[in-house]
Design a protein around this ligand. Structure first.
Ligand code: FAD
Ligand code: SIN
Length: 539
């Protein structure tokens, strides 16, 4: 017998349980024990991008050698003219307090023999300012936040619930357009993966914290959950999305001919520790591209590696760590060391083969300094957002920091707004009439492969008008086929993710084709210079 779909009510619905979602939830729950907070996560609660963060959290810590101004300047330089300086200042200046908070909640960061925090360095940083827990900082943060969230009785965490769409006036039968100033969000529909039912989560305020979308490319450091669901949902709800062309490729994913998904990351902290990028014959090459060498900002290093691979026809470049002290290396990077050994590479004896891989989305849901989106009652936190911090290229280890600072700010703003907001009446159950079970999963898996190929071939590190046009044409076809499938098929996470990833691919290719210049992470052979006019595309 068909079960009756459930309706859940909460004050705040948070979609996502990585650093962005959990920080916001904990902040709200501790500040007001009367609030009912619901957190959704689409797989196991511990699976997220956050869990895989290696290098650490950037924060000004040792003021004898570092300062807010230096961290601000490094962030602005990496962002290549597109950062919002006021937001950069907010994040950098509020960052250390927020990091201290998670230390109080139980997060451990490595210390040196003098019992001071062992501060690492990564590309584009002018000082050592990265707090880390060995090379598994994200695992430690995810652990801490989950433990804290579980101690708070007013947080209810639903795992294996897949958010499908935001609820707006559209679901009440009204026409909603992108130009409307007063779109409102009343919660979300989510697929209960244990029984296939779509349940209604009504909320006074909704926070999207669904992370990035690395899975739109063939090679990515992002886990398979990173399918851009939140950005795609927000776009369908007519929310403002921006800066999607600025996709960060990490220069050093471990080259593994077995083609693992996700690709294993070799942290930039390894270069901060003295690792040097080299050609197969052992000659360093980064100084030929940038005086900062192996520690230049990521966009420059990833492009240089891509270029070296194209010139030489080699499938990878190399990271040489053989000159480093083994005991020190093992103490800092035990996880990386073990992973390399598992594929027959001893970093103390062999150069580590590396390739660039899609890593991070600088753009996303445009939010203000309180984390509010262009839709009323809808906030967003973490990698799914465009806050203005990263501009055209994110400085390493600024992402975890951004989520901590904005989680706090969102909680403060939500608490101010809540007294004036009620739960929306009259929200209909999800309408699944006329849909049938999918007959052929191959239609979904094959389309996903095609999508990744299109994005990797035509919308990767180096772009051109012709490649982008080809991508947009191919994406259009995939979009039409997938929408037809979506309209007639009982929903599955696989189908929803494919649909969301096609939207993400479209948003990247579209913004990339509008930007007639090369800047930060967007590099096109048709317009190699920067334009003096600030170009902003809000989709
Ligand atoms: P995530 O941590 O990705 O969490 C997303 C959550 O949303 C998950 O719980 C997921 O289940 C849920 N979700 C997604 N879609 C749905 C849906 N449809 N329905 C329900 N739930 C959904 N940054 C740094 O600052 N320092 C580092 O050292 C660093 N290292 C990194 C190393 C790797 C390998 C990777 C991949 C990233 C790294 N980053 C680092 C980036 C950083 O980890 C991420 O940007 C950050 O963790 C994102 O956090 P988030 O909360 O926004 O999203
Ligand atoms: C890394 O450890 O290289 C990743 C850091 C980041 O993405 O900020």
């Amino acid at each position: 017998m068909q079960q009756q779909p459930l309706q859940h009510n909460s004050d705040v619905l948070i979609i996502g349980a990585g650093i962005g979602g959990l920080t916001t939830a904990i902040k709200l729950a501790t500040q007001d024990p009367a609030l009912r907070i619901t957190v959704l996560t689409k797989t196991d609660e511990s699976e997220s991008n956050t869990r895989y963060a290696q290098g650490g959290v950037a924060a000004v810590w040792d003021t004898s050698v570092d300062s807010f101004d230096k961290h601000i300047e490094d962030t602005l330089i990496a962002g290549d003219g597109l950062c919002d300086e006021a937001i950069v200042r907010i994040v950098v200046e509020e960052g250390p307090v927020r990091v201290r908070e998670i230390i109080e909640w139980g997060a451990r960061f490595d210390k040196n023999r003098q019992e001071n925090y062992d501060l690492g360095k990564e590309g584009g940083h002018s000082a050592n300012r990265i707090l880390h827990y060995k090379d598994i900082t994200g695992w430690e943060i995810q652990r801490t936040l989950l433990e804290k969230a579980h101690q708070l009785p007013n947080i209810t965490l639903y795992d294996h619930y897949f958010a499908v769409d935001l609820i707006t006036q559209h679901h009440l039968g009204y026409t909603v357009t992108r130009l409307m100033p007063d779109i409102e969000c009343y919660g979300a529909y989510a697929l209960n993966k244990s029984n296939g039912q779509i349940e209604t989560f009504r909320s006074k305020i909704t926070v999207i914290a669904t992370g990035g979308a690395g899975q739109v490319y063939r090679d990515t450091t992002n886990p398979v959950i990173a399918t851009g669901d939140g950005i795609a949902m927000a776009y369908r709800a007519k929310c403002w999305i921006e800066n999607m062309e600025f996709v960060q490729f990490h220069p050093t994913a471990l080259y593994n001919p077995a083609g693992e998904n996700p690709a294993f990351l070799v942290s930039e902290a390894v270069r901060g520790f003295g690792g040097i990028l080299k050609r197969k014959d052992g000659r360093p090459f980064m100084e030929e591209y940038d005086p900062r060498g192996s520690l230049a900002p990521r966009d420059i290093v990833a492009r240089a590696i891509d270029n070296e691979m194209k010139i030489s026809g080699e499938e990878c470049m190399y990271l040489d760590c053989r000159h480093l002290d083994k005991a020190d290396f093992l103490a800092h990077f035990p996880n990386i060391y073990d992973k390399c050994l598992s594929i027959g590479i001893d970093p103390m004896e062999n150069m580590i083969p590396i390739v660039p891989a899609c890593h991070y989305f600088c753009g996303g849901i445009r939010v203000d300094e309180q984390g509010k989106s262009s839709i009323n009652r809808l906030f967003a936190c973490g990698e799914c957002t465009s806050t203005g911090l990263h501009g055209a290229n994110r400085l390493a280890s600024n992402s975890l920091l951004e989520a901590l600072v904005f989680g706090h700010r969102i909680a403060a703003s939500v608490r101010e707004q809540l007294p004036a907001i009620g739960l929306q009446e009259g929200i209909p159950d999800w309408n699944a009439a006329g849909t049938t079970q999918p007959g052929e999963m191959v239609l979904i898996t094959q389309s996903l492969k095609e999508l990744k190929e299109i994005m990797s071939s035509y919308v990767g590190i180096v772009r051109s008008d012709a490649r982008l046009k080809r991508a947009l044409d191919r994406l259009h076809l995939l979009f039409e086929e997938t929408e037809a499938l979506y309209d007639h098929t009982v929903l599955s996470p696989q189908l929803c993710q494919l649909r969301n990833l096609i939207t993400i691919g479209y948003l990247i290719a579209r913004t990339a084709s509008l930007r007639k210049e090369s800047r930060g992470l967007h590099y096109t052979t048709d317009y190699r210079q920067q334009q003096n006019i600030k170009q902003e595309f809000i989709l």
